[in-house]
Design a protein around this ligand. Sequence first.
Ligand SMILES: NC(=O)C1=CN([C@@H]2O[C@H](COP(=O)(O)OP(=O)(O)OC[C@H]3O[C@@H](n4cnc5c(N)ncnc54)[C@H](OP(=O)(O)O)[C@@H]3O)[C@@H](O)[C@H]2O)[C@@H](O)CC1
Ligand SMILES: Cc1cc2nc3c(=O)[nH]c(=O)nc-3n(C[C@H](O)[C@H](O)[C@H](O)COP(=O)(O)O)c2cc1C
Ligand SMILES: Cc1ncc(COP(=O)(O)O)c(C=O)c1O
Ligand SMILES: [K+]
Length: 461
Amino acid sequence: MASSLQNQGSITYLTQREAAEIDEILMGPLGFSVDQLMELAGLSVATSMAEVYKPSEYNRVLAICGPGNNGGDGLVAARHLYHFGYKPFVCYPKRTSKPLYSGLVTQLESLSIPFLSVDELPVDWSNDFDILVDAMFGFSFHGAPRPPFDNLIEKLVHLNNYKQRQQKSPVIVSVDIPSGWHVEEGDVNGEGIKPDMLVSLTAPKLCAKKFSGPHHFLGGRFVPPSIAEKYKLHLPPYPGTSMCVRIGKPPQIDISALRENYMSPDFLEEQVEADPIDQFRKWFDDAVAAGLKEPNAMALSTTGKDGKPSSRMVLLKSVDKDGFVWYTNYESRKARELSENSHASLLFYWDGLNRQVRVEGSVQKVSDDESEQYFHSRPRGSQIGAIVSKQSTIVPGRHVLHQLYKELEEKYSDGSLIPKPKHWGGYRLQPERFEFWQGQQSRLHDRCLLYLGNRRTGSRI
Ligand SMILES: NC(=O)C1=CN([C@@H]2O[C@H](COP(=O)(O)OP(=O)(O)OC[C@H]3O[C@@H](n4cnc5c(N)ncnc54)[C@H](OP(=O)(O)O)[C@@H]3O)[C@@H](O)[C@H]2O)[C@@H](O)CC1
Ligand SMILES: Cc1cc2nc3c(=O)[nH]c(=O)nc-3n(C[C@H](O)[C@H](O)[C@H](O)COP(=O)(O)O)c2cc1C
Ligand SMILES: Cc1ncc(COP(=O)(O)O)c(C=O)c1O
Ligand SMILES: [K+]
């Protein structure tokens, strides 16, 4: 899931003392166990990483885990990363015998995740790993790092020099605190780790103000309001069901470099339903089952007599052998264009499934009865909205719409029938031609072209 952009405002940063206090409150009066918090923290780290570094590109992850809870977060993250499709390795030189930690180690071993001792680590990390997870020290770090972590931190610092020389080098993801940094002062002498990503847990610590890498995320979605109030925490809201949220602006990106390499099961000709409507239903059901947002949203393209195409999104409201139905304003631009040229096309794009469907055909209005029936099935607010909206016209201001809306809301507050305005109703596109597209690797996609009642060709282009 994508992280929110609504969090550009001020953010609260915690002192070391406050971070430790919150920890104590969570695990004392608030009834959390360390296992629970660690599981959620590690999951947040893994999901933050997956938002930025796709496993298809950044596959080999070395999690370097320290002796305390920060190290535990790293062990949990490694397990989730495995399940997300990464290939994790773990370096965990100072183990504790506490059951929580030995359990985490056993879980990783059962997934055949290799544990590398410090001596087994390759000399040059840049060839062997795509991501280095720094889970050595968190908010209880103090003083100067002791062996063997001093050398491990040095190795990470050294990688920054590689980057400066523009050589290929793994990215560094720090958990909660860039290890070796002062928890409040940050990278005091400027010679510490310079992570590409920092995942702050619960709330960022003061040192995070000094983080200048491209990706700062917040994780640990378990802070109850009582703590937020007590510590006056001002934190970005987590979007939807996400376990992480980006803090601050997303980095400037090179638009030309934005691309996905689609990986999908083969879409073979012999799997295609003979009737394209059946094939459409099958893919539509898949889109619903995958939990995609508004799978019935489709782009409708029309052209009037001037031959200039125009597109907009509308919502599919029914589909059967007779065609694809949506509802709109009969005085809108699309309505005018359809009255001049009944040929139109529909486009569905189901992002999460790497699928696109094109449908082309001719369009007619649905019967008045059908529009009437559908109109009254809509929420009353939308029914009034349809009366108020003079679609595709310029309004003097939103207040005009609100005023009229309020008047009609009062008028129909007794629950009486809201009459369907004449200018509102449905259209049905009778399909003639379909194209089903399944994204595949290296742009060699599966495309299947079907004409209604008569299957023509399947091709890869
Ligand atoms: N709500 C929360 O708060 C949550 C917190 N969570 C996580 O817990 C982290 C805090 O964990 P933590 O308290 O265990 O401390 P952490 O920083 O991992 O290390 C302590 C160990 O390091 C050692 N050590 C210290 N300095 C050293 C040095 N210079 N050189 C060498 N060793 C040194 C120290 O040994 P000592 O000095 O005591 O002998 C001890 O063994 C936090 O940042 C977050 O990641 C999440 O899991 C869940 C929610
Ligand atoms: C996801 C989505 C669904 C939409 N569904 C409809 C719809 O079902 N009917 C409609 O009239 N407008 C819908 N709209 C608004 C249209 O895209 C468009 O702004 C409006 O119909 C005016 O288009 P026109 O001026 O080209 O006629 C939707 C917009 C979005 C983004
Ligand atoms: C202007 C307009 N009309 C109609 C619809 C379809 O709404 P409903 O699902 O209530 O029919 C939408 C949906 O976004 C819309 O924006
Ligand atoms: K760390």
